[in-house]
Design a protein around this ligand. Sequence first.
Ligand code: PEP
Ligand code: MN
Length: 359
Amino acid sequence: MGKEQLVSWGFRAEPIMLAAGPCSAESEEQVVETARALAGQGIDFMRAGIWKPRTRPGSFEGVGEKGLAWLNAARAETGLKIGTEVAEPSHVEVCLEHGLDVLWIGARTTTNPFSVQAIADALKGTDIPVFVKNPMSADVALWMGAIERLANVGLTKLGAIHRGVSSSLEMRYRNAPAWKMPIELMRQMPDIPIICDPSHICGKADLIPAIAQEALDLLFDGLMVEVHPDPPNALSDAAQQLTPHQFGSMIRNLELTHEESDSSVFRNRLSELRESVDEFDSSLLELIGKRMEVVREMGRLKSEQKVSTLQPHRWQEILDDRVKRGEKLELSEDFVLQMMQSIHEEAIRQQEADRIGLD
Ligand code: PEP
Ligand code: MN
């Protein structure tokens, strides 16, 4: 999708954009050793965190400005472009002084429009490529807002990085993949190249290849992966970093997917199946519309009897029953809950619209 833009900004992005490198720059040897190991692997830029925004104080907070000189040494030796995360104007200033090739804004920073605006103001007048990670929560508007703030100061080389969102649910991943969020960003901002950071989604090295493949199946333009020469002894994010060797074999095993295929057999069959999906969707909408008519009738009855719109016991019964029915149809509990919650929310909106004259 965004490959042409990436190429016009001077990246090779062939066949996809690849950024790789340690979570944090730890020493000159570690940075240069990683760069050497990555130089032959066709990556577009080397990443390394210099200032680490940690959720809790007391963990390794990055080496600071001296790490930029190490990145420069790595670039001088290998020719790789170099990039790091900026979280405040002072970071931008020293990164520009050291001639970094790419910057990114981290998830915790994207969450705060004041911080993003301050960074945008510091970047005004430059045209360095800047990638914006999604915010910690599943808020596409906040993500778009950060990109817009950077665009508003005149930056034109803007990309996005999807790194999942935090969730209170127990799950396999450190951050929920929440794919509908980047899919919505692609829809609303089709000219913004978007890459996936499977490392921060997964939190564990062995889960990374599958999420990386899923990202390519969803038409992401590339990947940003944490790679460290000695992951178990990394000073940050030890569990999720790949060795350069593991990175190389993951990349070789990825299957590239395209939006279209030349096979007419495939295209004909797909269009038949799509027609049938269109029919199902139209029946679904009609059914939901009919359900809402009944719901409004119930609303009028409740209103006459001064009975509350929300009926907690009934609602609980509906959820339990629909989840059970869904299971028999191989529909996940999460999906059925979300779908029923959306339908219930609209039912309440319609009942209340009649009742108190909203709309
Ligand atoms: C990182 O890339 O090392 C990082 C801190 O990621 P995020 O902002 O996605 O948590
Ligand atoms: Mn990290």
